[in-house]
Design a protein around this ligand. Structure first.
Ligand SMILES: Nc1ncnc2c1ncn2[C@@H]1O[C@H](COP(=O)(O)OP(=O)(O)O)[C@@H](O)[C@H]1O
Ligand SMILES: [Mg+2]
Length: 331
């Protein structure tokens, strides 16, 4: 798709093309191309310092990029557009609150300063983030996780179409992350779009439908999380060593087959770069040829993909990032 078409695509809530930002001589973003589909939870995953917060600060208009084009909710980005404030809710870095005011009072102060909101909205958002029972307590007594949730409540005040949350899972326990997923799912079920950033893979695996992986200011991978998981996943099988060569020939039509790289390793072990869901096909192909599996294991290693991609990017052989294979692949 051409840049012009992408920027006008009504199915995309955020599009960036060639986004670049430097701080002095330090390059924070370089040629960042994001496609965030509407109505989904987009996980923006990257290690510390990879440029996530810089991207979000640009998207909410706190800083300006040096290069690139942006469209948000189907329209080119207009820096003077005040209505943007109504349509985008955000939490960028841990928000500051008045410590001696309660959670509800903090929200009321912020609501009064922002776009007009109905009075009951403060209680609605407190409910949504599960803080209703603690709304009358002073914020100075809140845990980090409670402050994060109050920050999300602020972002929700104007009932925005697009929600941008920078590391929202910070300080949340696993139950808190699951509760946040339920909240974000209810928003996307209502047609809203959510972007959450994180440097922690497991958080993104729990939260997101679509993932974009950023490293050194560039997008190295983007797509539905199930697809990326499948691409990185492997099926390992063990066959009788005498049958190994025949098994390799049979399976080669399905996927590239790797042999154990370690000398002296079990000679009957084979590894296929194939989605875990296709293990039945492996079993059938071998079974039809009279080769019986002695073992089969699957791995969904987005972790391997994430680590390989993020280590790869500094000078980048494959700048598009789409063709990169996980380590150990002999393509
Ligand atoms: N205000 C700033 N001044 C100078 N360098 C900055 C500033 N903000 C971020 N950076 C640098 O830009 C890069 C990207 O930072 P950031 O966007 O905060 O990454 P992330 O949110 O992924 O951790 C890092 O190298 C960081 O040190
Ligand atoms: Mg950050």
């Amino acid at each position: 798709m051409s840049t012009e078409d992408a920027l006008r695509d009504p199915g995309l809530a955020i599009v960036t093309r060639g986004l670049g930002k430097r701080y002095g001589s330090r390059v924070a973003l370089e040629g960042l191309d994001l496609d965030v589909p509407r109505g989904r939870i987009y996980g923006f995953l990257g290690p510390n310092g990879s440029g996530k917060t810089t991207t979000l600060r640009i998207l909410v208009g706190l800083i300006r990029p040096d290069t690139g084009s942006i469209s948000v909710l189907g329209a080119p980005y207009d820096w003077r557009d005040r209505r943007r404030m109504f349509r985008i809710g955000s939490m960028i870095e841990t928000p500051a609150f008045y410590p001696y005011l309660s959670g509800r009072e903090n929200l009321a102060v912020i609501a009064a300063a922002g776009p007009p909101t109905p009075r009951r909205r403060v209680d609605e958002v407190l409910d949504a983030v599960g803080l209703h029972g603690r709304a009358a307590d002073k914020v100075k007594g809140y845990s980090l996780g409670m402050r994060q949730r109050l920050g999300i409540a602020v972002a929700l005040l104007s009932d925005p179409e697009l929600l941008l949350l920078d590391e929202p899972a910070n300080g949340l326990d696993p139950a808190g992350i699951v509760a946040m997923r339920e909240l974000l799912r209810s928003l996307t079920a209502a047609g809203k779009t959510v972007l959450v950033s994180s440097h922690i893979l497991s958080e993104i695996e729990v939260l997101a439908d679509v993932v974009g992986i950023i490293a050194h200011g560039r997008l190295v991978r983007q797509g539905p999380i199930q697809q990326i998981l499948a691409e990185g996943s492997r099926i390992r099988v063990r066959v009788e060593p005498a049958e190994r060569d025949r098994a390799i020939a049979l399976l080669a039509g399905l996927a590239p087959v790797d042999l154990p790289a370690i000398p002296g390793a079990d000679p009957g072990l084979l590894s296929l770069r194939l989605a875990a869901g296709r293990s039945a096909e492996v079993t059938r192909i071998l079974g039809d040829a009279g080769i019986w599996l002695q073992g089969l294991t699957t791995e969904s290693d987005l972790e391997t993909v994430f680590l390989a991609l993020t280590a790869e990017a500094p000078t980048g052989h494959d700048r598009s990032g789409w063709g990169m294979a996980p380590p150990g692949d002999h393509a």
